[in-house]
Ligand binder design. Structure first.
Ligand SMILES: [Zn+2]
Ligand SMILES: [Zn+2]
Length: 340
């Protein structure tokens, strides 16, 4: 079968690899129908993280079930499913607690399409067949009436944006929200969409990226163009989504005393300065950590089926499956690859 593979920094091509097979009763094989490029993928393919040889690409996608092990209940061959990007068993203590990003049975970062980070190849979603080792835990059924292209990013970036605001708006209904976008492309826009959908008061979007600001405005946010020097005001809920120490410092300064600062940033490989004295004195509550894909999908998929979250509005480029190698390295806020 064909698998989109990064073979060297900025070199992406189809490779022929052997097709995965069922290896146990609880497993599934799926055929990805639509796959989105995660905000981290361009960092993976650029070689910022040292490559350990060729690796499979793609970890956000919706698929069709091709085969199921004998022990799988509640799923059917032919069914359309969103595939959790993190491998998780659904049965250990961490999974039972909803912490499916850190399943006890797998090493950290056991994800599809992230071999440069984990060192283990679990396969990528830009392939003809993908093996899912824990079908009931990792596959979330979705109505076949929803366009697969709209679902491409749900298993990671969409739910990452959702969880950035949902628990905090539950605690503080109708609170004003500030999204600080300083490098991440799509996650802050999904967070914007979720904040609007969940009834936040005002949703403001601070960034130095004019394309992202225009898109945020279309999603219902007030755009604030900034060089991250000084926030206009403070907010009870702030989302930090980016790469720079300036952006993080701006987000901290924009949070009210006793407010919530939720970071969805992956500050890889270096220490970020944190003004802990300020956070302590003002009681700013700082949250970080990866999204829990399998645990969140049953919460997020129904919101999309009901039309409350509309991920397609964040998509800026859709390409055919055949064109993935050329398109995957090009800039776009959100790229989705669809199978014909
Ligand atoms: Zn991702
Ligand atoms: Zn587990």
């Amino acid at each position: 079968m064909r698998q989109l593979t990064c073979t060297a920094p900025s070199t992406i091509e189809w490779q022929d690899v052997s097709e995965p097979r069922l290896q146990g009763d609880g497993e599934a094989l799926v055929r990805p129908l639509s796959v989105a490029r995660c905000d981290i993928d361009l960092f993976l393919t650029s070689g910022v993280f040292p490559l350990r040889g060729p690796f499979a690409l793609g970890h956000e996608g919706v698929a069709e079930i091709l085969a199921l092990g004998d022990g799988v209940r509640g799923l059917e061959v032919g069914q359309r499913v969103v595939v959790a990007f993190q491998v998780s068993c659904g049965a250990c203590g961490s999974c039972a607690a909803g912490h499916t990003a850190n399943c006890d049975r797998y090493p950290v970062l056991s994800d599809y399409g992230m071999q440069p980070l984990s060192g283990t190849e679990y396969g990528g979603m830009l392939s003809d067949v993908l093996r899912v080792p824990h079908a009931q835990a990792m596959l979330a059924p979705v109505a076949s009436t929803v366009d697969p292209v709209a679902l491409g990013s749900v298993s990671d970036n969409v739910l990452d944006g959702y969880r950035a605001v949902a628990p905090h708006l539950k605690e503080q209904p109708e609170a004003d929200v500030l999204i600080v976008c300083h490098g991440l492309k799509s996650v802050p826009l999904y967070a914007t969409q979720a904040a609007v959908a969940l009834g936040a008061g005002h949703v403001d979007y601070a960034s130095d990226d004019v394309e992202a600001l225009a898109l945020a405005e279309r999603l219902g946010a007030r755009p604030i163009r900034t060089d991250f020097e000084k926030p206009e005001r403070q907010y009870p809920i702030v989302v930090d989504a980016g790469l720079t120490s300036e952006g993080l410092r701006y987000a901290i300064r924009a949070t009210v005393p006793e407010g919530v600062l939720q970071s969805v940033s992956f500050y890889a490989g270096r220490d970020m300065p944190m003004p802990l004295g300020r956070l302590y004195t003002l009681g700013v509550r700082f949250f970080t950590g990866r999204a829990h894909s399998a645990a969140l999908l049953p919460e997020v998929v129904p919101l999309i089926e009901a039309g409350r979250l509309r991920p397609a509005e964040v998509t800026t480029r859709v390409v055919d499956w055949e064109d993935a190698p050329a398109a995957y390295g090009e800039p776009a806020i959100k790229l989705v690859v669809r199978r014909a």
